[in-house]
Design a protein around this ligand. Structure first.
Ligand SMILES: NC(=O)C1=CN([C@@H]2O[C@H](COP(=O)(O)OP(=O)(O)OC[C@H]3O[C@@H](n4cnc5c(N)ncnc54)[C@H](OP(=O)(O)O)[C@@H]3O)[C@@H](O)[C@H]2O)[C@@H](O)CC1
Ligand SMILES: Nc1ncnc2c1ncn2[C@@H]1O[C@H](COP(=O)(O)OP(=O)(O)O)[C@@H](O)[C@H]1O
Ligand SMILES: [Mg+2]
Length: 283
């Protein structure tokens, strides 16, 4: 299989330091779509992670019940809300984001499935798909052909299995994932320990991260980070690679302070700054 290892050397080939003349209007606008009653936290985590990864503006699209929650917990994030109280039923907006992340906490209501289908028919914006929207795609496989080339999907092992079917060996898992990536021209972030990124026949293996990441919401945070990098004009494959690397690095940096057990998804977000700073060190 011969994966390409994603280490600091590979990252420095891709990382773009900030331009001192930039401003929030050209630093990228990320739109995070997700949340449902009881799972608004997922979209709070994704949208805060997007901001902390460096895009200039972030908007969250959520059901009505999440409006005050998001506005109060992350005042830097702008909020658009659905007409429905507890779930998303109609994805419409008049902003022009450079990247969209969809899925964290969104649930699988029939109306949400229909709203996602309508959204897919017209969407032209670079997309990251996670969580329940992956499960919705698994239930409606004919919609996969509506995805634009280089759409990024971020399944954990169960979500991957729902999409590509069961495998009997690690080799078969990779073969099936590569075939799926080629069939639909998708970039697959196969989350795990370690995380692999599949782009057609090419496999990348991440070298950062540890078991501290086995905690609720850490995948929701990753979705926000990758969406932010896409909004900042990284090529989709580089957004996936850099996002996964930085995400893992936060856990490596925090470990001496938190230990494995008390690290939570918010600690990923709190350590993104240190992860970026470590890219500037010479060692
Ligand atoms: N605060 C919030 O608002 C939060 C909201 N969240 C939102 O909740 C929604 C549901 O997401 P979800 O991933 O919990 O549910 P689901 O797709 O059924 O998968 C669960 C099953 O998958 C498996 N599995 C998972 N990881 C695995 C691994 N590494 N390796 C192997 N297996 C693995 C495992 O299966 P088992 O091993 O038990 O058979 C497990 O039972 C989604 O929208 C998400 O964004 C959460 O992010 C939490 C914080
Ligand atoms: N033991 C582990 N070692 C390294 N990374 C892990 C480990 N367990 C989980 N992770 C990472 O944590 C994240 C979990 O994502 P996910 O299962 O979608 O969580 P959630 O849906 O709760 O946000 C993935 O990026 C995964 O690679
Ligand atoms: Mg998840």
């Amino acid at each position: 299989m011969n994966p390409i290892y994603i280490d600091k050397k590979e990252i420095l080939k891709r990382y773009k330091p900030i331009d001192k003349h930039t401003h929030k209007g050209i630093q990228g606008h990320a739109l995070l779509i997700g949340g449902s009653y009881g799972k608004i936290g997922a979209v709070c985590l994704s949208s805060k992670a997007a901001l902390k990864t460096g895009c200039g503006l972030v908007t969250a699209f959520i059901p009505k019940c999440g409006y005050e929650i998001v506005q109060i917990s992350i005042p830097e994030v702008m909020v658009l809300s659905d007409v429905q109280e507890k779930f998303i039923s109609n994805i419409t907006f008049d902003i022009v984001p450079q990247a969209i992340g969809i899925g964290p906490g969104i649930g699988q209501e029939q109306a949400t499935q229909k709203a996602f289908h309508e959204f897919l028919k017209s969407n032209k914006t670079p997309l990251v798909i996670d969580a329940d929207v992956l499960n919705i795609l698994s239930k409606n496989k004919e919609w996969l052909s509506l995805l634009s080339p280089k759409t990024i999907i971020t399944p954990h092992p169960k979500e991957l299995e729902r999409l590509i079917g069961k495998w009997n060996s690690e080799l078969e898992k990779f073969e099936k994932a590569m075939a799926f990536s080629k069939q639909y021209q998708l970039i697959i972030v196969m989350k795990g320990a370690p995380t692999h990124i599949i782009d057609g026949d090419t496999i990348y293996e991440n070298t950062t991260g540890n078991a501290a990441l086995a905690t609720a919401g850490s995948g929701d945070v990753l979705t926000g980070m990758i969406t932010s990098l896409l909004a900042q004009s990284y090529e989709p494959i580089n957004a996936a690679i850099l996002g996964v690397y930085l995400h893992g690095l936060t856990a490596d940096i925090a470990l001496p302070e938190t230990g494995y057990q008390s690290f939570i998804a918010s600690d990923v977000i709190a350590n993104i700054g240190k992860a970026y700073l470590s890219l500037e060190n010479k060692d």
